[in-house]
Design a protein around this ligand. Structure first.
Ligand SMILES: Nc1ncnc2c1ncn2[C@@H]1O[C@H](COP(=O)(O)OP(=O)(O)OP(=O)(O)O)[C@@H](O)[C@H]1O
Ligand SMILES: [Mg+2]
Length: 243
């Protein structure tokens, strides 16, 4: 099996002294659908930021498909498609242009990029909006645009930081369907979410992180079975609730 993500002894201390990650280790195999869960401030976005090269680590080793982010950051980055927690596109730029522009950062020729962007916008139900400025989209549409943009270079690993926050029930089911197909076609996916039903439904493996430490990291079924529980939510609350 190929390891998609390897993390060993990862530490992050922000300026001001917050220790966001206190020596985190985990391994994610290629093809996995992996849930990264934890309360607000646990360190999820920090971890994702380090994987994708946006946040500097203080200590530890990170490899993406066996490429160390210290030895070859640009190569490691091409493996990753990131869907960040916060919307961060130009609000005046048009939907199709946003996706095509992103392709430019990966050196994809414009014609190929446009074809691929059009396909993604169709798959994600944004075709009608392709010429609209991004500021005119609803919150749920913006989330889907972020996914289209993250996938433009056909990354082997897609990292989604709360992709379904503020998305209505029907759209959420549509997104699940889309992500399941993407995963079935071979893309490794890391998902953070506060909807535990979503993680339970979609993910094969799960890590729960709290205050910068990994509390558990195991297959979803094993975690539920070990705690003799039906729902991930009950297990999660038992593990993360302050004593
Ligand atoms: N840029 C920053 N500067 C200083 N502290 C930060 C910064 N970003 C995050 N932190 C702190 O690091 C810790 C982890 O934050 P992080 O954003 O990784 O949490 P999270 O698990 O993604 O939470 P949420 O579920 O609310 O998104 C928090 O204590 C947070 O205040
Ligand atoms: Mg976060």
């Amino acid at each position: 099996m190929t390891e998609a993500v390897g993390v060993h002894g990862l530490r992050k201390v922000y300026e001001g002294g917050t220790e966001a990650l206190k020596g985190v280790s985990l391994s994610i195999e290629e093809g996995d659908f992996f849930a990264l869960l934890g309360p607000n401030g646990a360190g999820k976005t920090t971890l994702i930021g380090i994987l994708s090269g946006l946040v500097k680590k203080n200590d530890g080793v990170v490899t993406i498909f066996n490429t160390s982010i210290d030895q070859d950051a640009p190569k490691a980055r091409t493996y990753i498609g990131l869907v960040p927690q916060e919307f961060n596109f130009n609000i005046f730029e048009k939907v199709l242009d946003i996706v095509v522009t992103q392709a430019g950062y990966y050196g994809i020729p414009r014609k190929e990029a446009t074809e691929r962007a059009e396909e993604l916008l169709k798959d994600l139900g944004l075709w009608e909006k392709r010429h609209a400025p991004s500021q005119s989209l609803s919150g749920g549409m913006k989330r889907r645009l972020m996914i289209a943009r993250g996938l433009i270079h056909a990354p082997k690993l897609l990292i989604l930081d709360e992709p379904t926050a503020g998305v209505d029930v029907e759209m959420r089911l549509g997104m699940w369907d889309f992500l399941r197909k993407l995963n079935a076609a071979g893309t490794t996916i890391i998902l953070t979410t506060h909807y535990l039903d979503e993680a339970q439904e979609l993910c094969r493996n799960v890590a729960i992180i709290n205050k910068g430490d990994i509390l558990v990291n195991e297959p979803m079924d094993a975690l539920l079975a070990r705690h003799d529980k039906e729902s991930l939510e009950t297990v999660y609350l038992e593990l993360t609730r302050p004593q």
